[in-house]
Design a protein around this ligand. Structure first.
Ligand code: BES
Ligand code: ZN
Length: 453
């Protein structure tokens, strides 16, 4: 039997297994889901053993465990692939926006709706099914594989880098395979060759010791909410450029060839506007939307908290205000340097009458690679066979900071093949994964191993 036939015959079974996976609410950010997160790790380890992997184990960390599993039966001299993914998911809130329960898989219009369906449980699990397809039909694989699956990707991978460093020998590899990104368009297979980095900051503004009556004290006491709003407003200029001194010093500009390549992709800004449902697009002046998302750094408020936000009106002068601010970084920015200059600049904007505290929550480097060599060729041929179309090479605006660590640590190319789709609602209510992509993705990865033989 061919690997493709095997995957087609087991289509429903593999879907049912994914349903079980997404039913486990492995929300890494929330301590109340600590046991659920561990249960997802154990569930995955069991499926790895069933698939024929050996040395399957949970590696304890100070946070959530890392799941390891390997198959090392390839002929002597064969390359070794690390397959990286994450079994943790984002919180499901706001719950009232979901059309079906976030942790009860529901199929509508060929889509599997559930938190974690596409980010990253479905995309990760199809790799295991692709490996299993080879082991069950051919009894072998042309390469050795090591699965490294973490449970803390959505909270900045605080333990993974240390683990990679401490286990460099065991994880030595020739390539890293990751499916945690998206296809450029439905039916258009895509290989991602760039990701942005991250510097995530929290800004706290403290004014009076307690909340005050805004009539009795307003006018004599600095309002922390007003102060924070002013600080945030000063982080961009009227052209949408970030005002932090030195912020753009290390930003690498796109080459003309890269711009031409982007211009050749099937994309319209109006299509993007419709996808997000906003009245107009916006951002840094002088760059197209794709370039802004893929190759320009950004600064976004992810959350703001202060004062009274309940029903009706309450006249209060809040004692404190807080903002979560993240910056997406591009080559060759250094996240530690960005954390420093952000902190200094925000402190310089703090008015008298409040105390401003800035804390860096997590960060990581951007990544960019040239898609050259036999592994990319094999991946391209496999995608063309599975989807009936040649893949395009894209960059993306999201972050998987560990990819750059893999590159530095192992010097191995990372092959990022995404099976998500535009509008998939990752990190948002009603996240979904295309069931067709789940199937074809598994076929494509299985065919890639065949092409590598
Ligand atoms: N799957 C995403 C990364 C991603 C998103 C790649 C969009 C390409 C396009 C991943 O799970 C993720 O969300 N990562 C975080 C990383 C952060 C916590 C450091 C992100 O990008 O916000
Ligand atoms: Zn992800």
């Amino acid at each position: 039997m061919s690997v493709t036939d095997y995957l087609r015959q087991n289509r429903q079974k593999h879907l049912d297994e994914l349903f079980d996976f997404v039913r486990i609410p492995s929300v890494s950010a929330k301590s109340e889901h600590r046991d659920d997160t561990r249960r997802a790790a154990e569930w995955l380890a069991d499926r790895m053993r069933e698939a024929g992997l050996t040395a399957v184990e949970l590696i304890a960390t100070t946070g959530h465990p890392i799941v390891l599993g390997e198959w090392r039966g390839a002929p002597a001299g064969a390359p070794t692939f690390v397959v990286y993914g994450h079994y943790d998911v984002q919180p499901a809130e706001p719950l009232e926006e979901w059309k079906s329960e976030p942790f009860e898989p529901t199929v509508r219009d060929g889509r599997l709706y559930a938190r974690g369906s596409v980010d990253d449980k479905g995309q990760l699990y199809l790799h295991l099914k692709a490996v299993q397809a080879h082991l069950e039909t051919n009894g072998t694989l042309p390469v050795n594989v090591v699965f490294v699956v973490e449970g803390e990707e959505e909270v900045g991978s605080p333990n993974l880098e240390r683990f990679l460093e401490a286990n460099a020998e065991r994880l030595r590899c020739d390539a890293v395979m990751i499916s945690d990104t998206t296809m450029f368009a439905p039916g258009l297979p895509s290989i991602t060759i760039g990701l942005r980095g991250m510097a995530y900051m929290e800004v706290r503004v403290q004014g009076p010791a307690v909340d005050l009556h805004s009539g009795a004290y307003g006018g004599a006491v600095v309002n922390p909410a007003n102060a924070l709003a002013r600080i945030v407003a000063q982080l961009h200029d009227a052209d949408g450029r970030i005002t932090i001194p030195g912020f753009y010093d290390r930003v690498a500009a796109l080459t003309d060839a890269e711009r031409a390549q982007i211009a050749g992709l099937p994309f319209t800004e109006e299509g993007l506007r419709e996808e997000v449902g906003a009245p107009a697009l916006g951002g840094e002046k002088g760059f197209g939307a794709l370039e802004r998302i893929w190759a320009r750094p950004t600064l976004d408020v992810n959350g703001l908290l202060s004062g009274y936000t309940g029903e009706g009106a309450k006249t209060v002068l809040p004692s404190k205000a807080m903002a979560k601010v993240s910056m997406r970084l591009v080559p060759d920015q250094d996240h530690r340097e960005v954390e420093r200059i952000f902190t200094d600049f925000v402190q310089s904007l703090a008015p008298a009458g409040v105390t401003v505290t800035v804390e860096a929550l997590h960060g990581g480097a951007a990544w960019y690679a040239q898609p050259e060599g036999p592994i990319f060729d094999a991946a391209s041929r496999a995608l063309a066979r599975a989807f009936g179309k040649e893949p395009v090479f894209i960059r993306e605006g999201g972050s998987i900071p560990i990819v750059e660590v893999f590159r530095k640590q192992f010097g191995a190319p990372a092959v990022l093949i995404g099976f998500g789709l535009p509008g998939e609602n990752a990190h948002a209510p009603n996240e979904w994964m295309s069931i067709d992509n789940y199937q074809r993705g598994a076929e494509a990865i299985a065919l890639m191993y065949e092409e590598l033989a």
